[in-house]
Design a protein. Structure first.
Length: 385
């Protein structure tokens, strides 16, 4: 797609810089980030790209190539959500957060597009936020650190868009590294890049193409149950601040005191945190059996305790596990549809794709998509003149 001429045609000038930010899959550590826990995502090769040029006035134009539409507003006015054009809210939310930090922004012309599948649990929204924030920071020579930029993007989503997400997606989109998974402590925001054995395994993404319904409200509800669990557990465990502070053994001692739904949600989070630590060890030691087992345990827990899987995701995992060379599989991201991942021995990925393409549509009537993923680089900026 030749987007430079398109920019020139729409805005009658050339862009001055290009920023790119990727989507992600999470290997393990699901619904742990907003509980101050651990996650292990990788950035994927699909990304969102933004072209930008400054303006002399205070007008902002955002053109989406994929939707073929432009949204315009003035920075003189308070920034509010568009009623229809939800796609522009992510960029607008980021602008709003820069302003809240006291940065004076001039008008800008943006043109953006992406190949991260939308509404598929691959963090296309975080990719848009991080691409916009990276472009705005570079263009305005605004001195904020990567961590501050990540937090700003998370606030844009929490406060402007209204999805109470954790920090994982924005973090990996900004700081992912080619060939590595990113082991993140969501409390301290300390992280370690763990080499991913690309020569041995592929991460295969299995997109159910199931439309996610009530995604935001279900997600926010899960988060609320975890917070309720912490409050109830604090009666016995005075020092805890989040589920991250509760070990599997301690949780077992007090689990009975919690209402059933809260208990199930909390049990998932407490055990999932431990699984991330075990998975990182297994990845470093190339303990293939443990890797597979942990992926499956995570899926089972998301299915039965956290209840964010669905029959399409379960079917993907089932088909994957019937394929030779698959170590393990699980749903990835928030759930309620979206994608599953499978860790596959090199050479078996084609067979897996074939099995999914054959079996999945027969049962669901939906045409799935399968992508082979390689751990990719996080956000990047390129000056164009
Ligand atoms: C979504 C959120 C993340 C995380 C995952 C579940 O992707 O944006 O912050 O909570 O769900 O692990």
């Amino acid at each position: 797609m030749d987007t430079l001429p398109q920019f020139k045609k729409i805005f009658d000038k050339n862009p001055v810089l290009k920023a790119e930010a990727p989507g992600r899959v999470n290997l393990i550590g699901e619904h742990t980030d907003y509980n101050d826990g651990y996650v292990l995502p990788i950035a994927i090769q699909y990304a969102v790209t933004v072209l930008v040029a400054p303006r002399k006035d205070e007008v902002v134009n955002i053109h989406s190539v994929d939707f073929g539409k432009t949204v315009s507003f003035s920075l003189r006015e308070p920034l509010t959500r568009e009623s229809k054009a939800q796609w522009s809210d992510y960029g607008k939310g980021v602008l709003s957060e820069f302003r809240k930090l006291g940065h004076t922004l001039s008008g800008m012309d943006f043109l953006f597009w992406g190949n991260v599948p939308i509404a598929s649990g691959l963090s296309s929204s975080a990719a848009v936020e991080v691409a916009f924030a990276t472009a705005i920071r570079a263009l305005g020579k605004i001195s904020i650190s990567d961590i501050e930029l990540i937090q700003l993007c998370q606030r844009a989503e929490n406060e402007f868009v209204g999805m109470k997400c954790g920090i994982m997606d924005q973090f990996i989109s900004c700081l992912g590294k080619e060939g590595h998974a990113l082991f993140l402590d969501c409390r301290t925001l300390g992280y370690e890049l763990v080499p991913f054995p690309n020569h041995l395994y592929d991460v295969v993404i299995l997109n159910t193409k199931k439309k996610r319904e009530l995604h935001t409200s279900d997600y926010n509800e899960r988060r609320a149950r975890c917070e309720e669990g912490v409050k109830l557990l604090q009666k016995f465990l005075l020092e805890i601040k989040a589920l991250r502070d509760v070990s599997v053994e301690t949780f077992q001692k007090h689990a009975e005191s919690l209402p059933e739904i809260v208990r199930k949600r909390c049990q998932h989070v407490v055990e999932e945190n431990q699984r991330v630590l075990d998975f990182v060890r297994a990845l470093k030691e190339n303990d293939v059996l443990a890797l597979g087992k942990l992926l499956l345990q995570s899926h089972e827990s998301l299915r039965t305790l956290y209840e964010v899987s669905c029959k399409e995701l379960d079917l993907m995992v089932e088909i994957a596990m019937d394929t030779e060379g698959v170590l393990g599989a699980r749903m990835t991201g928030a759930g309620f549809g979206g994608c599953a991942i499978a860790m596959v021995k090199k050479g078996s990925e084609k067979k897996l794709k074939q099995n999914v393409m054959e079996r999945y549509p027969k049962v669901t009537g939906i045409q799935p998509e399968v992508y082979i993923s390689t751990p990719s680089q996080g956000a990047q900026v390129q000056w164009l003149e």
